[in-house]
Design a protein. Structure first.
Length: 445
């Protein structure tokens, strides 16, 4: 075995020490949090490209003291019912939802998704659980947006092919579904006795005749809301004709079919988070593209400026104009283009107050879900300095971020994009004094 000379030994020792210190590679471990005052962020803007589908928001009154109808409105096409209520009554209550066909022709209704978070006095826990369930119970479908005329600005050829395939499959399934709906409506006209009350409430697809009523998401009948508990859930439906939906907080023994229509309509409260809105699903592009060679950048979500709160009407208050302050119950997709070869970290930074929810990002790393915070009840309480590392990316690509504002959380929130400086240098380009002294000692300087 050949012995190393003095110079070789010093070189080996230096390399070993740098490796032990984590300095043998260009970039070190990314910090879990950052001090936002140490950076100057170039602001990127959210451009809303398309808003589609109907939302019935039920969150006003948020605190319910007596049984009553807490929201009602007309659903058209693809729609969502989002409810969020606290029981302030001593006795337990439940949530009931009733559909009514006020038109002159049959409506074919399909319940596409029904989810809820377990009632709890911990509001952030409820909002966080529903936020996570919302993402976990659906898949990113860019083909559906392409079918709506949206140009999906992604560079990946594989993703482009997948979008094309999804769009073609959607067009084919739409033709088949249209034919099936026509057959189901004809079949229903002869297979059921004439009645204004649907007897079968278990199916996820059904025909609602003119004047007919039918409860949906009947699983809610078994969920009792104790005093001071928050209860929140989502029901996604599609209907071929306009259908009127009512949401009520009720006594446990009261039936939705016969009891709900007799309940009084609670007046909307001062927050006015109630009504029907167009824009239940929204597609955004973040502009301009982020270049990791050009320094830190950031963009805000739900700030009511470039990412505006959607407007609607409360049909129970003489079509009073309302605004969804926070865009609760809205599914969002944000497309972010990135350039540059410098790795960068993506951080979450709440600006409006305490926040607890979930994001999902599709990238070259695959599809990943991120909980904010990882531990603890929330981030951002009475501070704008809380941050959390979401992930690190090392190549130019398109990030697809999915998000729905979680109940109980505050808006706006900010995403920070911070290029990673080599660990062997400080941000001002100088070597760490400790490392410099160590190198000098090893090399005998």
């Amino acid at each position: 075995m050949k012995l190393m000379n003095r110079i070789q030994w010093k070189q080996w020792l230096l390399g070993s020490m740098l490796t032990v210190l984590g300095l043998g590679t260009t970039y070190g471990q990314v910090p879990r949090t950052v001090n936002i005052d140490e950076y100057t962020f170039t602001p990127l803007e959210v451009k809303t490209v398309k808003e589609i589908d109907t939302l019935l928001l039920s969150d006003s009154p948020e605190y319910v003291k007596e049984p009553g109808i807490v929201a009602a409105g007309t659903l058209r096409g693809n729609s969502r019912i989002y409810f969020y209520h606290v029981n302030e009554r001593t006795e337990p209550m439940k949530v009931g939802i009733l559909l009514e066909n006020k038109g002159n022709v049959p409506a074919f209704v399909e319940i596409e998704r029904s989810i809820y978070a377990k009632p709890s006095p911990d509001y952030f826990k409820v909002g966080r659980e529903l936020s996570k369930k919302e993402l976990n119970s659906t898949a990113l479908d860019l083909g559906a947006w392409a079918n709506e005329g949206v140009t999906i600005p992604v560079r990946s050829k594989a993703v482009q092919q997948e979008i094309k395939k999804q769009k073609e499959n959607l067009a084919q399934s739409k033709k088949l579904k249209t034919k099936r709906i026509e057959e189901e409506i004809k079949k229903d006209a002869t297979s059921r006795t004439i009645s204004l009350v649907s007897q079968d409430t278990s199916g996820t697809e059904f025909v609602l005749r003119p004047g007919e009523v039918r409860p949906i998401f009947t699983e809610l009948e078994k969920v009792l809301i104790k005093k001071d508990d928050l209860f929140s859930g989502i029901i996604d439906v599609s209907t071929t004709e306009p259908v009127y939906a009512s949401v009520a907080v009720m006594e446990p023994k009261s039936t939705v079919t016969y009891g709900l229509p007799l309940l009084p309509i609670h007046p909307i409260d001062e927050v006015e988070l109630r009504g029907t809105y167009e824009g239940m699903r929204r597609f955004h592009v973040v502009e301009p593209q982020f270049n990791s060679e050009a320094g830190p950048a950031s963009f805000e979500i739900a700030n009511d400026r470039e990412d505006a709160f959607i407007s609607g009407v409360d049909e129970t208050s003489n079509n009073k104009s309302v605004k969804n302050k926070g865009n609760y119950g809205i599914s969002n997709i944000y497309v972010l283009h990135t350039e540059g070869n410098t790795p960068y970290a993506l951080y979450f930074n709440p600006l409006g107050g305490a926040f607890s929810g979930t994001f999902r990002i599709t990238s070259s790393k695959g599809v990943r879900t991120y909980d904010v915070p990882v531990k603890g009840p929330y981030l951002g309480h009475e501070t704008i300095y809380d941050t959390q590392l979401l992930d690190v990316f090392d190549r130019p690509e398109d990030l697809l971020l999915e998000y729905m504002s979680p109940g109980a959380s505050n808006l706006p929130v900010r995403l920070l994009l911070i290029p990673q400086v080599p660990e062997r240098e400080n941000t001002d380009g100088s070597r760490s004094q400790y490392v410099t002294n160590l190198v000098h000692k090893i090399l005998g300087k």
